[in-house]
Design a protein around this ligand. Structure first.
Ligand SMILES: Cc1cc2nc3c(=O)[nH]c(=O)nc-3n(C[C@H](O)[C@H](O)[C@H](O)COP(=O)(O)OP(=O)(O)OC[C@H]3O[C@@H](n4cnc5c(N)ncnc54)[C@H](O)[C@@H]3O)c2cc1C
Length: 292
């Protein structure tokens, strides 16, 4: 049954310190972080969220902004996908993240939905997650107990199971600049072109050395396992070889990396076939002169 909004309490801290104090409350009194609300309001509308006290993050300046430094970019947890799409440095240096941001819902959702919310919601279909994994992102978390830098690869233990503690907030995400010359690639496959949840979502990053052999590769997938994951066997099949020459072996190895399920959106066989096609497409794109 739909949750009556009048039964909910919202705490509106003015600073990160106040927010962390509220989150240090004992279990049962601890409020649930609320960012853009584009996931939480859906759960409340469906009556599937048990939270009754919420911590509105809107006023926390510490969680805002996109800062460019020498080794990379730090994106505040409250950065919306609209802000990510519009940012000139992200457009130039992280085109796969910008492409993912452009595929999250429609413009109205992109104007509210935050990167921190996408990560903490922990859906294996979250569109930004394979991009963060492929780019070796680090999640910066804070609680009253201190600060932690969590490699994105270590963030999820299992289906919707985060290593983030309930008194911790995501404050930002750090993205190192990709290796010079690496080719980025993002592909989301859904039921239709716009406004659909991913059946398969992929981010690849591949660099070739002076002799054309792959010396850096990341193949990160969403919606094909309980968590976002890297296809390590397929990556190993590519390393040290020209991508075109190793493409068939990488596609064959991919089947062992993924664990797609049958669900209402798609079935295992379809997801496996689409993932193989997407990988082949990426490897063609990463090889100059090859038709896509
Ligand atoms: C119509 C519609 C279409 C959508 N389409 C897509 C899509 O195409 N692709 C996609 O990936 N998603 C999609 N979504 C889901 C949603 O928009 C995203 O997951 C979004 O990024 C969530 O961010 P938010 O700020 O709205 O999070 P909220 O709803 O505010 O929060 C989501 C979760 O994250 C937690 N949280 C939020 N911020 C923090 C923080 N800083 N620290 C710790 N915990 C935090 C909250 O407690 C909650 O558990 C869609 C949603 C709707 C309603």
């Amino acid at each position: 049954m739909r949750t009556a909004l009048s039964s909910l309490a919202v705490v509106r801290p003015r600073s990160l310190a106040q927010a962390l104090r509220a989150l240090a409350a004992p279990d049962g009194e601890r409020p649930v972080p609320l960012a853009g609300g584009t996931d939480l309001l859906v759960y409340l509308n469906a009556g599937t969220h048990r939270g009754r006290r919420f911590l509105d993050l809107e006023r926390l300046r510490e969680l805002r902004g996109i800062r460019v430094g020498r080794p990379g970019v730090t994106i505040g947890a409250l950065a919306t996908f609209r802000e990510i799409r519009a940012h000139p440095v992200l457009r130039r240096r992280f085109p796969a993240l910008v492409a993912a941001a452009a595929e999250v819902g429609a413009l109205q959702i992109q104007a509210r939905a935050t990167l921190g919310g996408n990560i903490a919601n922990a859906s294996p279909a979250g569109d930004s997650l394979p991009v963060l994994l492929a780019h070796d992102a680090v999640v910066l978390a804070r609680s009253r107990r201190g600060a932690r830098a969590i490699p994105f690869a270590d963030l999820y233990r299992g289906y919707r199971d985060l290593t983030l503690a309930s008194d911790e907030l995501i404050v930002a995400v750090r993205l190192p600049f990709p290796p010079a010359g690496a080719v980025p690639f993002f592909r989301k496959v859904g039921t239709r072109r716009a406004q659909s949840i991913s059946k398969v979502v992929f981010c690849g990053l591949l660099r070739r050395d002076a002799r054309g052999r792959t010396d850096h590769v990341r193949l990160a997938w969403g919606s094909v396992a309980p968590v976002t994951l890297r296809a390590r066997a397929a990556e190993a099949a590519l390393l040290g070889k020209p991508p075109a020459a190793a493409a068939a072996a990488a596609v064959a190895a991919l089947a062992g990396d993924l664990a797609p399920i049958d669900d209402i959106r798609s079935d295992r066989a379809y997801r496996s076939a689409v993932a193989a096609n997407v990988l082949a497409q990426f490897l063609r794109a990463a090889t100059p002169g090859r038709a896509r």
